[in-house]
Design a protein around this ligand. Sequence first.
Ligand code: UDP
Length: 254
Amino acid sequence: MTRRRRIYEGKAKILYEGPEPGTLVQYFKDDATAFNAQKKGTITGKGVLNNRISEYLMQKLGEIGIPTHFVRRLNMREQLVREVEIIPIEVVVRNVAAGSLTKRFGIPEGTPLPRSIVEYYYKNDELGDPMVSEEHITAFGWAAPQDLDDMLSLALRINDYLSGLFLGIGLKLVDFKVEFGRLWENEEMRIVLADEISPDNCRLWDSKTNEKLDKDRFRQDLGNVAEAYQEVARRLGILPEAGPGDHTPPKLVQ
Ligand code: UDP
């Protein structure tokens, strides 16, 4: 058997060459990092849960017309995706104050924001992912003004849809980070959602108790990290134990 070619290894995922040209296999690891990789650890089962959660959310977003790189899940830890040219910008959407926003502006954690706030960060580990403005992004050519318009409107649509989806299962979407890529099809380029959407890059709090069910449990040493990710999957009705094709719909919380 020939070994697959590894295209790229990141902190939480590995990308392998896919079975057909223009495709990649995205492998989800159990590794976790925080604070620009100063804190490292392993969360047993995280990769399996994130693979399944991201599959579910990407499919749902696809159904409402958000173009994504997702093709299909292959197994417990891998999914097939379209090969895209990643735009080196992390788009963060915030609904409630948490994380770096609380530090930067001295706003207490948990303060609802007057409206959703979008921020951009330049993806560069050596520089610690600095926050950038639209001016930087277009002046330095990381994205064209039209690309940036598409990214902004997609990020806001993703926020609207996911906020409602999570609210329905008793979770508050505090903030999240998404990445986009350029997908080329016969000379035409489209901006599509790439990477993953999971508790690694969303803040999700229980609507009633504000219990954290996301990577902050790892960042802040709160314990029960895998259990929290599992609880998100359980509420979505997609616990991997249920087996493929055996999905119960998300449980509505009144
Ligand atoms: N985030 C991420 N990757 C990063 C930085 C942030 O996925 O490299 C996510 C993070 O999980 C949170 C949101 O983006 O849901 C906003 O993060 P913030 O700017 O508050 O930074 P943090 O406090 O996570 O360092």
